[in-house]
Design a protein around this ligand. Structure first.
Ligand code: UD1
Length: 420
């Protein structure tokens, strides 16, 4: 297993390229199941999760090919030959559940393994299933699999989500685009990744109103067609590198990043003393004068993202004063706390909130990554710490960050991958 070795204390200067968003690419790949024609996605990041989704689609019969001059495009096409998503692939990545809606809408049946437990909480899929049932699907659970069937086509329905769910909104949007009649999704997620999915579906011939709002209205069509779509830049990769600059003190342009997708992240960073400005190349981030404690609560977009909580905690660990970080989306998403503590952070967790008392500096240590965003928070802590930090189990990091050691060393960090 690979690990990442960091010697902290180097301020970052220069430019970091931001790749296409992982969480936009995964549902867009599932959308490839909605048409027999070709879907071409550009600006696709090179990440383990993308490979997992490609593997899943391939066993459904969809040919997934890397193409384009830069090898960053994916072309998807072919007939669906199998409507089962097996446990062996689904257990590796929860987002596999996103094939359920498209398979059911296209083929009238799907058998998808339940994702099972997950390090950051129970994460049920009940909202996905209830919505599909409202659209006429009959759903049974058999030996750990969701077995869904519909006679004829799914039919439009008004679905009111009791909680905002990114994945359920995506699954039902895709299903509704091929349903009979109108579907209204109320209290829908408004994340930029949802907007990106809507834009791609519209390019494929879907009819969607209310894009970017909490109420999406979909008029189902008989079939969707070929399209080419460029993936939006990854706002979580952007936010993570913004925290890297903030924690080391430096001045970096995050190339191709979009400030308008950062939501509460740019406001909170500014409150902490970090300059976040739009420039023609992307977003410029620099430490202005000192780093100050700031409180955050994770919320659906445009609130502060749960996927930035761990990284922000690393930053607050070395800020002046105290900050309170409240996690309202997932239970059990504070696994990074014990590892940050080993590096000298002062953090107390009370239920869903963590009080972070800033210390002047962290000290390097061997630490272990427990999930994707926890891994990046340990990388950030290592960049700021005195001495050497070795982060092990970096396969978590490779699920969502492309070439983290290359991107950070290019702007002055002392960081390298140790391959075994
Ligand atoms: C997506 C993101 C993930 C991010 C999360 C929240 C992808 C591939 N993953 O995950 O990185 O952390 O959004 O921004 O895009 N819930 C239910 N029932 C359901 C579905 C969800 O109770 O059927 C609950 C969850 O347990 C959680 C909340 O709703 O408390 C939000 O989860 P959701 O938005 O669905 O997260 P994901 O789509 O799994």
């Amino acid at each position: 297993m690979d690990s990442i070795r960091i010697v902290g204390g180097q301020p970052l200067h220069g430019e970091i390229p931001i790749g296409g968003a992982k969480n936009a690419t995964l549902p867009l790949m599932a959308a490839g199941l909605l048409t027999e024609e070709r879907l071409t996605l550009t600006r696709v990041p090179r990440l383990a999760d993308i490979e997992t989704m490609a593997e899943l689609l391939a066993q459904h019969g969809i040919a997934v090919e890397r193409c384009g001059n830069d090898g960053r495009s994916l072309s998807l096409g072919g007939a669906i030959t199998n409507t089962e998503a097996p446990y062996d692939i689904v257990r590796k990545m929860r987002a596999s559940i996103l094939v359920l809606g498209p398979l059911l809408a296209r083929m009238g049946e799907a058998r998808v393994s339940l994702p099972g437990g997950c390090a950051i909480g129970t994460r049920p899929v009940d909202l996905h299933l209830k919505g599909l049932e409202q659209m006429g699907a009959v759903i049974e659970l058999e030996a750990g699999y969701v077995v869904a069937r519909v006679a004829g086509r799914l039919r439009g329905a008004t679905i009111i989500f009791p909680t905002v769910s990114v994945g359920a909104t995506e699954n039902l949007l895709m299903a509704a685009s091929l349903a009979n009649g109108q579907t209204v999704l109320r209290n829908a997620a408004r994340e930029p990744e949802i907007v990106d999915l809507c834009h791609c579906l519209v390019a494929m011939g879907a009819r969607i109103g209310g894009i970017g709002t909490g109420e999406l209205v979909v008029e189902g069509v008989d079939r969707l067609h070929a399209a080419t779509h460029a993936i939006i830049p990854d706002r979580i990769e952007t936010g993570t590198y913004a925290c890297a600059v903030a924690i080391t003190g430096g001045d970096v342009v995050l190339r191709d990043a979009r400030v308008d997708h950062l939501g509460a992240v740019s406001r909170v960073l500014e409150e902490a003393g970090i300059g976040v400005t739009e420039v023609p190349e992307g977003v410029r981030v620099r430490r202005l004068n000192g780093l100050h404690g700031a409180d955050v609560m994770t919320e659906p977009y445009p609130g502060f993202p749960t996927d930035m909580q761990a990284q922000f905690m690393a930053l607050m660990a070395v800020a002046e004063g105290a900050s309170m970080i409240t996690e309202s989306i997932f239970e059990n998403r504070f696994m990074h706390v014990s590892e940050l503590t080993r590096m000298g952070a002062r953090v107390n967790v009370h239920g869903a909130s963590a009080i972070v008392r800033g210390v002047p500096s962290l000290t390097g240590a061997p630490v272990m990554a427990t999930d994707l965003r926890a891994s990046s928070s340990l990388i950030l802590a290592g960049l700021a710490a005195k001495g050497e930090t070795v982060v092990s189990r970096v396969y978590h990091l490779d699920r969502g960050y492309e070439d983290v050691e290359g991107k950070l060393s290019a702007v002055g960090a002392k960081i390298e991958r140790i391959s075994e």
